[in-house]
Design a protein around this ligand. Sequence first.
Ligand code: ZEM
Length: 289
Amino acid sequence: SDSNSATASSADSWRKVNFYNVYKDIADLLEDENYDDGSYGPVFVRLAWHSSGTFDTKTKTGGSDGATIRFAPESGHGANAGLDAARARLEPLKKKYPNISYGDLYTLAGVVAVQELGGPTVRWRPGRSDYKTAADCTPDGRLPDAAQGAGHVRDVFYRMGFNDQEIVALIGAHALGRCHSTRSGYEGPWNASPTVFTNFFFTELLDNTWVPKKWNGPFQYVDKNSGAFMMLPADMAFKTDPQFRKYVDKYATDQDAFFADFTKAFTKLLELGVKFPEDAPVYEFKTLE
Ligand code: ZEM
């Protein structure tokens, strides 16, 4: 892809970047009335997550540092279908700020999206660099398979180093965006406000009766009342698994608790496997007006 041709940033070139300006420029890229529900925010969050969620605690491979998601074969892994749209949207900023690394750019885009769509402030550090190549791509299958249940979800997130509470907090990001039949094969948004960061993933999961969708596509659920909203089989595990359900109940009734736990878990996700310089500053960006 194009992304490979831009100047690679070296280990400490991030020191030359004004990240307040990058934050503002990413925020300016969010809105587009012709894209999906009017915002690139959700797909930026997904890009940040898929850049990071390949991390393996045992081998210390994967994660956002080095941004192998931009290289084939990882860019072409089934789980990453559609993320080329997010990377292409951000590419002009790599040209404008050649000293930002792709790993910093993709993770910061997720931070900006969460904040600007109404979510919590997310602590974020720069310092990832572009030192990896296509040879460092992670094997296919490290990201969760939506068709599976609680056991698989735990295997995948425990491999990254998360516990049950953190896993439930993270899945709350499914308040944002939608499934695309052209990408994952699944179809529809999880709720009526897919461009606002809320605790609605949890409230919708509990408040609706979910029935199998009648169609030729992959097995998924729709809400019985309107048929407008969806749940993946993996999402449904958060309702049926008692250990997950405990936290779903909590976050559905306590949005502040969800925001507080989400932001911690999201920062942890974006930092998996990254060796930050000791003096890398921690940013807490102010959400724009
Ligand atoms: Zn998602 N996710 N995800 N996720 N995700 C999709 C979309 C989005 C799973 C999954 O299979 C899918 C987390 C965890 C898990 C977002 C954020 C986060 C889609 C639809 C699928 C199939 C893709 C498409 O068709 O475009 C599974 C099985 C997960 C764990 C069990 C975590 C953790 C996330 C962030 C913290 C977001 C924001 C979207 C919406 C993307 C968009 O383009 O609208």
